[in-house]
Each structure stands twice: as structure tokens, then as C-alpha cells.
Design a protein around this ligand. Structure first.
Ligand code: HEC
Length: 308
């Protein structure tokens, strides 16, 4: 058999961090090899697995976990009320995470787009990994609603319903509903966000902090400190633009096509001047800092190329 999950009890554990007996019992075995294109990749801080390991769940493995089922009416991936069922991300974290501080799930799509699920988001919105839509497996799913006609499988993420839980300047909390999800990664939320924490003497300024929060939910999905992102433009390139040409930066964030007819980045036409200003102040802190950026952690796909 390919299942190689090592029971959690055998893994070394810092004192005081033992999982509950129920969590240990309910930890499903992970597979060390892919069996099918529809398998879900799992990586990051996985319980009982060596660092850097990539493991798999088949669709059937996921269907054996407790399922939630909703009639979803406000998910823009669907054109009307839709029956969607699957597994809560909070449940997956509880079953798979190596340690209590591996508390964040990152959903990664085939085009390197990433959706981040921090604790506040999980608690407010209870996102779930969809396995069935209108009772159907991915082959019977509707095509993406932006009329590109793409297949939305092998996995997508949805919510029973979504109401924005916060607003920062003109950025409102918005639904993280990726489709084409191929991998879930267990990560430490603090480590992920501290990688993009503002630097230098202005770091604690109110506007800089506001820009930081907005960038966490928005920009980080397609840009980050290193490679392997959807955009292929790392954080320091955005920083360079924020300082060298705040107008280009502002235009690009609001309406990328006004600067680049081939832009794939979605615009943020609702961002007002203070919001754009906060982003500029935030991104500039990376250039003003006397400290060089912290060294890169090894990436999961060292050989993968960013799409142009
Ligand atoms: C859904 C993915 C996505 C998100 C979210 C996103 N970007 Fe982008 N961004 C891209 C892509 C892809 C490019 C590369 C050019 C293109 O296709 O538009 C890009 C390019 C850029 C550029 C131009 C860089 C250059 O060298 O010309 C800037 C500036 C930029 N992004 C800023 C931002 C900021 C600031 C945010 C957050 C407010 C953000 N982006 C959020 C995908 C994204």
C-alpha cells in the first residue's frame, strides 16, 4: 500500500503540545505517491512527515472525512444557487497539522495563485474544500463563471455564505474562493506574515500598518518575497515601483491595463487615494531599511518557472 502516514505519537513533540487523543485517532493516512491527476497535494508542516515532504489524498480519501453541505447563493464562481459539499479547512488543519502553530492553510492553484487562510478568516468564514457540486465530481462541475470556460477542478474552495468581516480604508475583506486548487500547504501564520512585515523606522506608522494588512490579503496572493508566484514580480520590484514612480504603482494597482495592455493582474478600481497611499508607504519601507531582505527559505518547487 502507498499509505505511509506515521502515527503522530511517534513524532518528537515539544512538551505541552500533545494533540488531543481524538485528533490523533482521526488523522488519516497520507499517501507518498500520486495515484491520479485528481489527487490533492499536501505539503508544509504535516504531522509525522519529514520537512519538505509532499503527500497526497485521493478524492476518495477526502470523501471519507466528515462532509459539510450547503446551498451556496453568494459565491461568484457560480451563476446561481448551487449545492456544494466538501471538507472544512479547519477540520483539515486539525487533522493534518504537525503542531499548534502550523495554523494556516495556503491553497495553491495550478498557475501558482495562492489563497491564504489565517485563523481570523477561518473563524469568521469557515471555508471548505469542495468535493461535489450539485452532487457531481469535477467532470460535471460548471465552468468558471468569468466565461473563460475553464475547468474549475480538481478542487475549489467555497463558503456557506460570505459577509466581509473587516474593512481597512477602502479595502474590504473579501472571499478567498480559488478554483483549480491542486495543493494545500500547512504553514505557520506568524512566519508567513512576518516575512512581509514592514521594515525600518516607519514600520509602526498607522498608514504603513494599514498597507501591510491590505497587502497580506490582496497582493500576497500573487506576489511575495521570492519566486514561485503567479505574477513573477517579487515584493522588492513592487517596492522599487512605489518609490521610483508612485503614479505607475497607483495606476497599476487600480487598473493594470491602463499601463500594460496584456496585464493579467486584476484591478482594484475601488481603492481611494488614502488606500493607495498606505500601500505605497508600506512598500517603500523595504527600500528604506538598512537591513537587506532576510535570506530566502528553500522553495517547494525549486525548478518551477514563473509564468511570464
Ligand atoms: C491575482 C493576482 C495578483 C494580485 C492579487 C496582485 N497582483 Fe500585481 N501583478 C500580477 C501579475 C500577474 C503581474 C504581472 C503583469 C501582469 O500580468 O499584470 C503583476 C504586476 C504588478 C505590478 C507591475 C510590476 C512591473 O514590473 O511592471 C505592480 C506594481 C503590482 N503588480 C502591484 C500589486 C499590488 C500592490 C498588489 C496588491 C494591492 C497586487 N499587485 C496584487 C498579479 C497580481
Amino acid at each position: 500500500m502507498l499509505a505511509t502516514g506515521i502515527p503522530r505519537q511517534n513524532a518528537p513533540e515539544p512538551p505541552g503540545q500533545a494533540p488531543t487523543a481524538a485528533a490523533a485517532r482521526s488523522r488519516p493516512a497520507l499517501r507518498s505517491e500520486r495515484e491520479s491527476l485528481s489527487d490533492l497535494e499536501l505539503s508544509g508542516d504535516l504531522a509525522g512527515q519529514p520537512p519538505g515532504a509532499i503527500r497526497y489524498f485521493t478524492r476518495d480519501d477526502l470523501l471519507r472525512l466528515p462532509q459539510v453541505s450547503y446551498t451556496v447563493t453568494d459565491d461568484t464562481n457560480f451563476t446561481g444557487p448551487t449545492e456544494v459539499s466538501g471538507v472544512l479547512l479547519e477540520d483539515l488543519i486539525q487533522r493534518l497539522s504537525a503542531a499548534p502553530d502550523s495554523d494556516m492553510l495556503v491553497a495553491i492553484c495550478s498557475d501558482h495563485y495562492k489563497a491564504y487562510y489565517p485563523q481570523v478568516y477561518l473563524a469568521a468564514h469557515h471555508p471548505f474544500l469542495a468535493l461535489k457540486i450539485n452532487g457531481q465530481p469535477p467532470a460535471g462541475w460548471p465552468r468558471d463563471s468569468e466565461t473563460h470556460g475553464y475547468d474549475m477542478g480538481p478542487y475549489l474552495i467555497s463558503h456557506a455564505s460570505f459577509k466581509p468581516a473587516f474593512k481597512i480604508l477602502s479595502h474590504a475583506d473579501y472571499a478567498q474562493i480559488p478554483w483549480g486548487v491542486v495543493r494545500l500547504e500547512l504553514r505557520n501564520e506568524k512566519a508567513i506574515y512576518s516575512e512581509i512585515a514592514p521594515r525600518g523606522p516607519q514600520a509602526a506608522d498607522e498608514l504603513v500598518q494599514a498597507g501591510y494588512r491590505i497587502a497580506e490579503q490582496n497582493c500576497l496572493r500573487c506576489h511575495n518575497m521570492g519566486a514561485g508566484t503567479k505574477s513573477g514580480r517579487p515584493w522588492l520590484v513592487l517596492s522599487a515601483w512605489s518609490a521610483a514612480s508612485p503614479q505607475y504603482f497607483a495606476d497599476y494597482v487600480r487598473n493594470p491595463r491602463s499601463r500594460n495592455p496584456h496585464a493579467q493582474m486584476p484591478g482594484n478600481p475601488g481603492y481611494d487615494d488614502p488606500t493607495i497611499g498606505a500601500l505605497i508607504d508600506y512598500f517603500r519601507t523595504f527600500l528604506e531599511s538598512p537591513q537587506p531582505p532576510s535570506p530566502q527559505k528553500p522553495r517547494l518547487h525549486p525548478g518551477s518557472q514563473d509564468k511570464p
